[in-house]
Design a protein around this ligand. Structure first.
Ligand code: PAF
Length: 286
């Protein structure tokens, strides 16, 4: 496995390959990421994983400085899986005009309006930062396939829109969310939870499952169901950002004929903001 830090070395290493599967990450790899890598390995002989904690997608009061950086352990895990290349660029490589303080990334990808709702409402600029770095990484790696986790459903949706609207010759594959035995979605941010919080965190997916069960029993008052889930989580001590049922195709509130749905939630337990979602099929309205 090659660990590469510069754009030129990456281009040189990739010259010999015309089918490349790519998994972009911010490191601190867990079984969820490794699942994405395994999917990538089924799509191309050469797999590239990037590890880059992207400053452009963090807000001023977010956890950029404290974001867990575990490069050595990450590389061990990737080597064990037989990954070909790990790309670990510096901030200067990704943001060539970076002066040590300011990124000076004056041109950014303007994501679709959907980037301003749900997580985008409380994280202004987040998805522009994600789309910009992903486009840069795509330009450097030039993959044929890229794999993203479904846990970040809104991110996946925005990347798919970017690839379509910018005519990028890349197939985006969605990797299923990996969960702890109790159902908690795997996330690097779970590492911030203390022992008691980690046990409690499963309440988030449980409330989503209960909501899905109600819809599948024939209840279609999505806002009422979401409000109920929100209230329950708040009673259990969560600070809820949103719980909402959306069309899985548009991320907008579902029309009465739509049955491919997704329930999404973001909520804070103590200081840790967690997200989760479940995609499901509702019975058609009679
Ligand atoms: O999902 C992530 O880890 C990041 O948002 C990504 C896609 C690697 C871009 O920095």
């Amino acid at each position: 496995m090659q660990i590469i830090h510069t754009e030129q070395a990456l281009r040189d290493a990739l010259k010999a390959h015309n089918q490349i599967a790519f998994v972009p990450t911010m490191g601190n790899l867990h079984a969820g990421h490794l699942h994405l890598v395994k999917i990538a390995q089924t799509h191309a002989a050469c797999v590239v994983v990037s590890i880059f904690v992207n400053p452009l997608q963090f807000g001023a009061n977010e956890d950029l400085a404290n974001y867990p950086r575990t490069l050595e352990a990450d590389c061990d895990k990737l080597a064990q899986l037989g990954v070909d290349i790990v790309f670990v660029p510096t901030v200067h490589v990704i943001y060539p005009d970076f002066d040590g303080v300011d990124l000076h990334q004056s041109i950014t990808v303007q994501p679709p309006p959907i980037a301003n709702i749900l997580c985008g409402a409380s994280r202004p600029g987040h998805f522009a930062g994600v789309a910009t770095v992903v486009l840069k990484l795509f330009n450097m790696v030039q993959p044929t396939v890229a794999v993203f986790g479904q846990k970040d459903f809104q991110q996946l949706f925005i990347i798919q829109s970017m690839v379509r609207q910018f005519n990028l010759p890349i197939t985006i594959i969605a990797g299923e969310t990996m969960r702890e035995p109790n159902g908690l979605a795997m996330s690097s941010r779970n590492g911030y939870l203390n022992f008691a919080e980690k046990a409690q965190a499963v309440q988030l997916v449980r409330s989503l499952k209960a909501l899905v069960a109600s819809v599948q029993l024939g209840h279609h008052e999505y806002e009422k169901l979401a409000l109920h889930a929100t209230q329950q989580l708040m009673e259990q001590g969560w600070q809820v950002d949103y719980v909402t049922v959306r069309s899985a195709f548009t991320l907008l509130p579902p029309t009465s004929s739509e049955t491919e749905l997704v329930v999404l939630a973001a909520a804070k337990l103590g200081k840790t903001r967690l997200i989760d979602n479940i995609q499901f099929c509702a019975k058609p309205l009679k």
